[in-house]
Write a protein that binds this ligand. Structure first.
Ligand code: EPU
Length: 419
């Protein structure tokens, strides 16, 4: 397993280009199942999660060509026959469950291994299943599998108890060819939902209101193939904004959407970071004393849980007391234990972390316990005295394209060691 080694203390400078979004492309690949035609994804992020969902689709006889040179993915689902997907791959990545909605819509039945919990929480799928049932599918769970069958899905009104991103996406996909109209209330409003709806509408779906709390899906007879470029990854952009902040540096970030980053911009500005937007680029300047801040993670447009670990790392370096409250996932403070090994002063009290800024962090061997925790530990390594080794880096590779190369390009002393 690879590890990343960082010698802390270097300021960052220059420019970095953000890749397209992991959390957009995964549901988009799942949605391509809805049509028997070919779909093309342009400028795709070459990430481990993209390779895993592609392998899941291959197990049901989808042909997927991934071109690493052009970052183009060609998906041909014309030959899908099997209505059951390999349990090992599905267990490897929770987002595989996103193929359920498309498979029921296109084939009227599907059997898929139940995704397990993961490091950040138990992550149930009850809202996905409630949605499928409301559309008329017969859903059963047993022996580690979910099975759903429906002669015909029929549109319905579905209220989500919580605005779950995955449930909104899965139900939206299932409803595209259902008879009549489906309304999802208390839907997730994340930009990735809007991107998925854009892709589905280009395939011929009729979806109105994606990106708001109420989504209307008017069923159509069939969908066709299309070509799409996903939105930029707002979490990767937020991670590089935080890299500039933690190293008190000034950098330019290319490939951003200001609207998608509002909560991150607001909090970094409150901490004293200056941020200037120039179209789809931003200049982040943190060359000054920063102030402690409080953060509460919330569904979009609130502060993203996927930026919580990175901000925790930053606040370890800011004098004074900051409080972070995590409301989305019940176990997303595992990075705190690792940061403490680097000299951080963090106390966890239930769903909150109380962070006292320290004068310095010191390099240590730390373990990436999940994707964003790993990114946060790399950020801490950028300012730690001496050498930091972040192990279990495969978590980070799930969601960041060449993070060490991008940071190296900005002047960090960082390298990947192949184990
Ligand atoms: N939840 C339920 N029942 C459900 C579904 C969700 O109780 O049926 C709960 C979850 O347990 C959790 C909360 O609702 O407490 C939010 O879960 P959600 O369904 O919104 O998350 P997700 O779709 O599983 C996506 C991203 C995550 C991101 C969350 C929240 C993808 C592939 N994943 O997960 O991304 O944290 O939304 O914004 O889109 C990451 O990129 O690091 C990551 C974890």
């Amino acid at each position: 397993m690879d590890k990343i080694v960082i010698k802390g203390g270097k300021k960052l400078c220059g420019e970095v280009n953000i890749s397209t979004a992991k959390n957009s492309i995964l549901p988009i690949i799942a949605a391509s199942i809805l049509s028997g035609d070919k779909c093309i994804i342009e400028d795709a992020p070459m990430l481990e999660d993209v390779f895993v969902i592609s392998d899941v689709l291959r197990t049901i006889r989808t042909k997927i060509d991934i071109d690493n040179n052009t970052n183009r993915i060609l998906i041909d689902t014309s030959n899908i026959k099997d209505c059951e997907a390999s349990s090992d791959l599905v267990k490897k990545m929770r987002a595989s469950f996103l193929i359920m909605g498309s498979m029921i819509a296109r084939f009227g039945k599907f059997r898929l291994s139940l995704p397990g919990g993961c490091n950040i929480g138990t992550r149930p799928i009850d809202l996905h299943l409630k949605g499928f049932s409301a559309l008329g599918a017969e859903v059963s769970v047993g022996h580690g599998y979910v099975e759903a069958q429906a002669k015909k899905l029929i549109g319905n009104k579905i209220y989500l108890d919580f605005p779950s991103v995955g449930a909104t996406e899965n139900i939206m996909m299932a409803a595209t060819t259902a008879e009549g109209e489906t309304i999802i209330e208390n839907a997730a409003e994340e930009p990735e939902i809007e991107d998925l709806a854009k892709f589905l509408n280009c395939m011929g779906a009729n979806i109105i209101g994606a990106g708001t709390g109420t989504i209307r899906i008017i069923g159509v007879n069939e969908l066709k193939g299309t070509t799409h470029k996903p939105i930029y990854d707002r979490i990767e952009a937020g991670t590089f904004m935080t890299a500039a902040a933690i190293t008190r540096s000034k950098i330019k970030i290319n490939g951003i959407n200001e609207g998608h980053l509002k909560p991150v911009i607001a909090k970094l500005t409150e901490a004293g970071v200056s941020i200037e937007i120039e179209g789809s680029s931003m200049i982040v300047d943190a060359d000054k004393e920063l102030k402690p801040i409080d953060i509460k993670t919330m569904p979009y447009p609130g502060f993203p849980t996927d930026m919580q670990s990175q901000m925790s790392g930053l606040l370890c370096s800011v004098h004074g007391t900051s409080i972070i409250t995590e409301t989305i996932f019940e176990n997303r403070f595992m990075h705190a234990t690792e940061m403490k090994r680097m000299g951080a002063n963090i106390k966890i009290d239930g769903r909150s972390a109380v962070i006292e800024g320290v004068n310095k962090l010191t390099g240590a061997e730390v373990r990436a316990t999940d994707l964003r925790a790993g990114a946060a530990l790399i950020l801490c390594g950028l300012i730690a005295e001496g050498e930091t080794e972040v192990t279990d880096i495969y978590h980070v590779d799930r969601g960041y394209v060449n993070i060490e190369k991008k940071l190296h390009g900005l002047g960090a002393d960082i390298e990947r060691l192949k184990m």
